[in-house]
Design a protein around this ligand. Structure first.
Ligand code: 5U1
Length: 680
């Protein structure tokens, strides 16, 4: 009697856990907290242990959620012949090629109207899953399309892949094709853990996914954050004659989702190739916000009968095409490593590269960050390296290709003296970068301090570009930021490419910049670790520069955003006689700002609220909006979570808006935000 109830409990608990696992891993919409899920899982493990002890291994079903932990270590992978070959896709790289594709389809379909299903092209590895009677019995890699490798043990460890399909209306044999990938967050965490274990990191999520799936020890695969999306069908047998499989690709997607299979939520049904290009542009724009890597989008004729009519060429369907994004990675040669000196003296090694077209632009420089990164990536001058430029992110050297390393290369060592002023470069134990100890004696640090002071978010001196600052410092016309306000028209017009008119304009811009805000002025001073929002917090807390100058370290730490390090930096800055001299000179030149009035608590309608800004604002500068929100008492955060109170969504808001909607968070558009500002 007890035994029967244990078996039933195991079954019920398995179903409950499978339900929550699907909500978590596939729908990204958990219903219960992780701790509750873990509790259910442990209960199931305990019941299954009881079953084994009672000599009832058959009660532990192969589709139990506890069976995702990996099995015995294999000697090799078995070959699997695909009953229906796994196809590849033709590629297109331009709008013209997509227009041609559409025209070809139009001809092949005798000018019948057709719709196009579009979806992102995941950068992972293709996989075929075979379900018999709703149970996952085999997973095989694509291989050469005709036969691949049996990776069932490994795929069983991927939580997004159901071990058993939901419902009961699936065919007796159902093969589903899709892509296994590693989400960006999981990839970053995996590489962090590889670094901590002093093991080799993966160059990109695709390599990490491939390396994780092709493990003979499935316990290793189980420890890797893999995910999957399904995108088509393979062999099918025993369809329900009363409920045949769907007539369109889009409906098949929905059907797969109903059976509990993961499908990409970005799929869209489009009317023509113009809509395809719009889809491509919008996915490209939001690419960096997607939680996974993609390398393009795929368009497919939606109607299955029309697909059949269009047919195949070789191993690719005529009815589908991949519209690829510009490659984000490319190979090039590391010609040299230069060392740049930043505003605070930090020495940064910069890779000088043979020009290479990557991510849509020609790249010739990439940061190498610091000595540890150079060592970890094992890059040497002369190496062939992989360069990556994803979206608007600064290009980076991912790794070197050791098989292409020329003879006679040497490991690179950062200089122990500043390459600009020759002062000693020191590295503190807790810092990754070494720093020039020359302070304002170092012309590089002075130049950077002046560029920062004049920059848009600081004093916003229009027309004072980097090159001009460098000329002024090199000509010893400007020694510190206060000298900017002593510049004469003759001095300015004596610089390269500066005529009378541009000198007049610069003098005007310098004059205009004198009317600023306390927050911008503090930010412009370039105190270490005092960014825009810390400067704003200091200004709002103290209201007067003199009060900040007087504040002690304990007092400073009372300000939100200010910890012991920032407090120490602020105190140190205002204790340096040289800095006080420059400050006095600046104030004497006429810089001023409006007095800050204390807002009563009742005038802080956003106190206690956490607000996230996303998308682009058309009527207000993003930083000004942020400053105003902080002034009204809000905490402005970069990411949406269940603690977010309001999401302000500008034009083209993407995944943050989706997440906010999913979490039921209040969303405001730009106009609503402006109305709020006006009413307070
Ligand atoms: N998203 C997506 N990727 N992908 C790859 N869909 C898709 N379809 C494919 C392939 C090889 O082939 C179908 C046309 C069957």
């Amino acid at each position: 009697m007890i035994k029967i109830s244990t078996q039933k409990q195991i079954q019920q608990l398995s179903e409950t856990i499978n339900y929550h696992s699907h909500r978590y891993y596939v729908l990204d919409d958990p219903e219960i907290p992780d701790s509750e899920y873990d509790k259910l899982f442990r209960q199931l493990e305990a019941l299954e242990a009881e079953a084994l002890e009672a000599q009832h291994p058959e009660w532990v079903s192969p589709d139990s959620p506890t069976q995702r932990v990996g099995g015995e270590v294999l000697k090799s992978f078995q070959a699997v012949t695909h009953q229906i070959p796994m196809l590849s896709l033709s590629n297109a790289f331009s709008t013209e090629e997509i227009e041609d594709f559409s025209r070809r389809i139009d001809d092949l379909l005798d000018h019948d109207v057709f719709k196009i299903a579009a979806e992102p092209k995941l950068d992972g590895l293709a996989i075929s899953l075979r379900y018999e009677h709703g149970i996952l019995i085999q997973a095989a890699t694509r291989g050469d399309g005709q036969s691949g490798e049996d990776v069932t043990q490994n795929v069983r460890t991927i939580h997004a892949v159901p071990l058993k399909l939901s419902g009961s209306d699936y065919p007796r044999i159902l093969e589903v094709r899709g892509e296994i990938f590693m989400p960006k967050k999981g990839f970053a965490a995996l590489n962090r853990s590889q670094i901590n274990k002093a093991e080799k990191t993966f160059a990109n999520p695709r390599n990490a996914a491939a390396g994780s799936l092709r493990q003979l020890d499935s316990k290793i695969t189980a420890s890797r954050p893999l995910d999957m999306f399904c995108y088509s069908l393979g062999f099918i047998d025993g369809e329900d004659p009363h409920k045949p499989l769907k007539n369109t690709h889009y409906e098949i997607f929905q059907q797969l989702a109903e059976w509990g299979l993961p499908v990409c939520p970005e799929v869209k049904l489009l009317d023509d190739w113009h809509a395809c290009i719009e889809y491509y542009d919008s996915i490209l724009l939001h690419r960096s916000e997607l939680p996974y890597e993609i390398d393009g989008v795929v368009y497919k004729v939606d109607n299955i009968q029309q697909q059949k009519k269009a047919g195949f060429i070789s191993r690719a369907p005529r009815w589908a095409i991949a519209h690829k994004f510009p490659a984000e990675e490319a190979l090039t040669t590391l010609l040299n490593i230069d060392v740049q000196v930043g505003r605070t003296g930090a020495l940064t090694p910069v890779a000088r590269l043979a020009p290479v077209f990557v991510g849509g632009v020609t790249v010739t420089n990439a940061t190498l960050h610091n000595q540890d990164e150079i060592d970890r990536k094992n890059v040497r001058i002369g190496d062939t390296v992989i360069v990556r430029r994803a979206g608007d992110v600064i290009p980076e050297v991912v790794t070197s290709v050791l098989s292409k390393r020329p003879d006679n290369t040497r490991a690179y060592k950062m200089p122990d003296h500043c390459p600009i002023c020759g002062s000693l470069a020191e590295r503190n134990n807790d810092e990754a970068k070494s720093r020039c100890t020359g302070g304002l004696y170092c012309s590089a640090q002075r130049k950077e301090a002046i560029k920062h002071f004049a920059s848009r978010k600081a004093m916003d001196i229009d027309g004072l570009g980097d090159k001009l600052v460098e000329q002024f410092v090199d000509a010893e016309i400007i020694h510190d930021i206060a000298d900017l306000f002593l510049l004469s028209k003759a001095q300015i017009s004596s610089m390269e490419r500066m005529g009378e008119k541009s000198a007049d304009n610069l003098i005007k811009a310098i004059e205009i910049s004198k009317q600023t805000s306390l927050a911008k002025f503090i930010y412009a001073l370039g105190i270490r670790e005092v960014g825009e929002s810390t400067a704003l917090a200091l200004a709002n807390a103290y209201k007067e520069l003199a009060a900040i100058k007087r504040a002690d370290i304990e007092d400073l730490q009372e300000v939100s955003d200010v910890g012991p390090i920032v407090a120490h930096n602020v105190k140190t800055f205002f204790s340096q006689p040289h800095n006080i001299e420059v400050l006095d000179k600046l104030l004497a030149s006429g810089i001023n700002w409006p007095a800050i009035h204390t807002r009563e608590a009742k005038q802080q309608p956003l106190a206690g609220k956490t607000i996230v800004l996303t998308g682009s604002l058309s009527q207000m500068n993003r930083n000004d909006a942020k400053a105003r929100l902080i002034e009204l008492g809000a905490k402005v955060s970069a990411s949406v979570s269940k603690n977010t109170s309001i999401l302000i969504a500008g034009e083209k808001a993407g995944s943050k808006l989706k997440k906010a909607n999913d979490l039921g968070i209040q969303v405001m558009n730009e106009n609503e935000m402006l109305n709020l500002f006006q009413s307070t």
